[in-house]
Design a protein around this ligand. Structure first.
Ligand SMILES: Cc1cc2nc3c(=O)[nH]c(=O)nc-3n(C[C@H](O)[C@H](O)[C@H](O)COP(=O)(O)OP(=O)(O)OC[C@H]3O[C@@H](n4cnc5c(N)ncnc54)[C@H](O)[C@@H]3O)c2cc1C
Length: 386
C-alpha cells in the first residue's frame, strides 16, 4: 500500500476526546487527520448517548480546577448549538463519610456556588425523594447535563469546517513509531510528525503496536432508564436535578441519575461501575447484578419510579487503578501522545482534554499541571507489549 497522506498530526479514535483534540489541533493550523474504525456516528465506544452530567463537584481540587476552563470552552461551543442544560447536581452521602466530606470541602474551597439542604427543608426542594437518615445533601448549582451526541457532532463539524479530515470506517491496524510516525489502516497508510491515541476501550489494543500496555480495565455499563409512576414527577421541566449518591446502604459505588427528558417519562439512573469486558465482545457480558442494586436503591429512595428498568442500553468505561486519567507522551516515543483511562467521568472534560493533548502533541508545556495523569504513577504496572 502506498502512503496516502502526510499530516502534522493523526488522531486515532473519534470519541469525545479524539474529536476535541483534533479540533484543537486544526485551530492551531495543524494539518490533522482523525481516524475512526466505525461509521460515524456509532454506539460501540464510550461517548455515545444523549446525556452526560457536567459538574464541578469533585472529591479532588484538580478536577474542579480543570472544570473551570472546561465550562468556558463548553460555553463557546454553546454558541454553535445547544449542548448544555443547567439542572444542578444534588450530592448525597452520609454525614460521616470521608468521600462526602471531600466533595463538600472541594466545593467550599473553590467557591463553587452551592446550597446545603437540611433534612427539614430537603423535600421542599427535592420532592418524591427519600433522604436517607444520617445523609446530608449539597447542590452544585451550576452543574447540569451535556447533550453528548449533539456535542460530539458539533466538535466534529467544527473540525471539518476548519479543514480537518475525518476518515471513518478505517480501523488502525498498525503504528510504526519514529521521527515520522506511520499509521496503517484497513484502507491506507498515513504519516505524521505526531500521533494522538484516543481509542477509549481499545487503547491497549493500539498501544500494543508501540510496545506499551497500561493497567486499564474495560467494563460494560448497563445504562438504565426507569419509568415515572406519575409522568413528569422527576422531569427537567419540574426542575428536578441530576444527582450523585455516595456510600448508600446498597453499595459503596456511586449511583447517579439524570432528570427525565431524553426519553419522556424515563429517568436515567446507573451504577458507576460494571463488569469486565473485551470491547469487541461487549454484548457477551450479561452481568446484571448492578441492576439489582439499583432496584433496591430506587425502591427505598425514589419511590415515584417503577423499580424495574424500562430501557437498558450499553456503554463502556476504561478504568485506571486510581480512576485518574492518562494524559501523557509515550515513555519511549515522545511524538506519540496518549489520552486514555477516562474511568467513566471524562466527557465533561472533553474540550480541555483536547487542548491539553494538542499541547503535548506539539511539544508545548501543558497549560495545566499534568502530574496526576502521568504514566509514571503506574510504575511496575505497565508492561512491554513486545
Ligand atoms: C454509561 C456512561 C455514563 C457516563 N457518564 C458520564 C458523565 O455523566 N459525565 C462525564 O463526564 N463522563 C461520563 N462518562 C464517561 C465518558 O463518556 C467517557 O469518559 C468518554 O466518552 C471517553 O471518551 P473517549 O474518546 O476516551 O472514548 P470513546 O468514546 O470510546 O472513543 C474512542 C474511539 O476510538 C475508536 N477506535 C478504537 N480503536 C480504533 C482503531 N484501531 N482505529 C480507529 N479507531 C479506533 C473507537 O471506535 C471509538 O470511537 C460516562 C460513560 C458511560 C459509558
Amino acid at each position: 500500500m502506498s502512503t496516502e497522506g502526510e499530516y502534522d498530526c493523526i488522531v486515532i479514535g473519534a470519541g469525545v476526546q479524539g474529536s476535541f483534540t483534533a479540533h484543537e489541533l486544526v485551530k492551531k493550523k495543524q494539518r490533522t487527520l482523525l481516524l475512526e474504525q466505525f461509521i460515524l456516528p456509532h454506539t460501540r465506544g464510550s461517548s455515545h448517548g444523549q446525556t452526560r452530567i457536567i459538574r464541578k463537584a469533585y472529591e479532588l481540587d484538580f478536577y474542579t480546577q480543570l472544570m473551570h476552563e472546561s465550562y468556558e470552552m463548553w460555553a463557546q461551543l454553546e454558541s454553535e448549538s445547544g449542548v448544555k442544560l443547567q439542572t444542578g447536581l444534588l450530592v448525597l452521602g452520609p454525614e460521616d463519610s470521608h468521600s462526602y466530606q471531600m466533595f463538600k470541602s472541594t466545593l467550599q474551597k473553590n467557591k463553587i456556588p452551592s446550597v446545603a439542604l437540611t433534612p427539614d427543608n430537603f423535600n421542599q426542594h427535592i420532592p418524591h425523594f427519600n433522604l436517607t437518615e444520617g445523609d446530608e445533601a449539597v447542590v452544585d448549582i451550576k452543574a447540569g447535563v451535556l447533550f453528548a451526541d449533539r456535542a460530539l457532532r458539533t466538535a466534529q463539524r467544527q473540525f471539518e469546517k476548519l479543514g480537518g479530515i475525518i476518515r471513518d470506517k478505517e480501523k488502525v491496524i498498525d503504528i510504526k513509531p519514529g521521527p515520522v510516525v506511520t499509521v496503517s489502516t484497513t484502507a491506507g497508510v498515513y504519516q505524521a510528525k505526531s500521533v494522538v491515541i484516543t481509542a477509549g476501550p481499545w487503547a491497549n489494543k493500539l498501544l500494543a503496536h508501540t510496545g506499551l500496555q497500561l493497567p486499564l480495565q474495560v467494563t460494560k455499563i448497563n445504562v438504565c432508564y426507569w419509568k415515572e409512576k406519575v409522568p413528569g414527577s422527576y422531569s427537567v421541566n419540574k426542575r428536578f436535578p441530576s444527582f450523585l449518591q455516595l456510600d448508600s446502604k446498597e453499595t459503596m459505588d456511586h449511583i447517579y441519575g439524570l432528570p427525565s427528558q431524553e426519553y419522556p417519562g424515563l429517568m436515567k439512573i446507573c451504577l458507576h461501575t460494571g463488569s469486565p469486558t473485551d470491547p469487541d465482545q461487549r454484548d457477551k457480558q450479561t452481568d446484571r447484578s448492578d441492576i439489582d442494586i439499583l432496584r433496591r436503591y430506587i425502591t427505598r429512595c425514589i419511590p415515584g419510579l417503577h423499580p424495574e428498568p424500562a430501557v437498558v442500553e450499553s456503554c463502556m468505561y476504561t478504568v485506571t487503578p486510581d480512576s485518574h486519567f492518562v494524559l501523557d507522551c509515550h515513555p519511549e516515543h515522545r511524538n506519540i501522545v496518549i489520552g486514555a483511562g477516562f474511568s467513566g467521568h471524562g466527557f465533561k472534560f472533553g474540550p480541555i482534554i483536547g487542548k491539553l493533548l494538542s499541547e503535548l502533541s506539539l511539544g508545548q508545556v501543558p497549560s495545566f499541571d499534568l502530574s496526576p495523569f502521568r504514566i509514571r504513577r503506574f510504575q511496575g504496572q505497565t508492561k512491554s507489549a513486545l
